[in-house]
Ligand binder design. Structure first.
Ligand SMILES: [Mn+2]
Length: 206
């Protein structure tokens, strides 16, 4: 389940920016140059098991590539819960799926997105299936300190919607990664949640 304003479905050949963050969904689907996923021992996800949610800002090459695949597309508000892929689910949430008015200071803002409340509600509905193995939150904002409170609030709501855990960020009391391995850690029976980005001082994972 790929919540994002963007499709992240470029390949090494179609990207004009060279931004690695524009490639991951294509790589997950086995499209493009697979050097990186192969080096990580990752296998492609069947296209029919991928649901691209929102993606209101796609580039023509991405549209062509997506048109050749069985990747499904949905809005945030009209997500069909009866049509989720079977089995365990991975949920990617780029916060830029929200309208910039609800999430200030985004790196790549795109108008006409959902509200944070709509995003949190959609993630909670998916979590309620009990089939979410992991959630990856892409905190794709600049590090403008003035906007930090809004970002922290959204992250806390997303983590609570994903895990039921009401945690407090900015504290070192809750280690979200195993110090020995650096891998995400999860309370038993709850999805693991990783967050890339974040506010000043928090790097890579929360
Ligand atoms: Mn994005």
């Amino acid at each position: 389940m790929w919540f994002d304003a963007h499709a992240d479905f470029h390949t090494q050949d179609t990207t004009t920016s060279g931004y690695l963050g524009g490639l991951p969904l294509a790589l997950a689907a086995g499209v493009g140059t697979l050097t990186l996923p192969a080096a990580l021992g990752l296998h492609p996800v069947p296209e029919s098991r991928i649901v691209l949610v929102d993606a209101r800002d796609t580039d023509p090459p991405e549209q062509i590539l997506l048109g050749r695949t069985a990747v499904r597309h949905s809005g945030v508000g009209d997500l069909d819960m009866t049509a989720l892929p079977d089995g365990q689910l991975y949920v990617h949430v780029d916060v830029d799926v929200c309208d910039p008015s609800g999430v200030p200071d985004l790196l790549y803002p795109v108008p006409a997105g959902c509200t944070p409340a709509e995003l949190v509600a959609a993630v909670a509905r998916i979590t309620a299936t009990g089939r979410v193995a992991a959630v990856g939150i892409a905190a794709t904002w600049n590090h403008n300190g003035a906007a930090g409170a809004a970002h922290q609030d959204l992250l806390q709501r997303l983590v609570q919607a994903s895990t039921g855990v009401n945690t407090s960020f900015g504290s070192s009391a809750v280690p979200w990664t195993e110090p020995s391995t650096g891998r995400p850690r999860s309370p038993t029976g709850r999805p693991s949640v990783t967050c890339s980005g974040g506010w000043p001082g928090s790097r890579s994972a929360i």
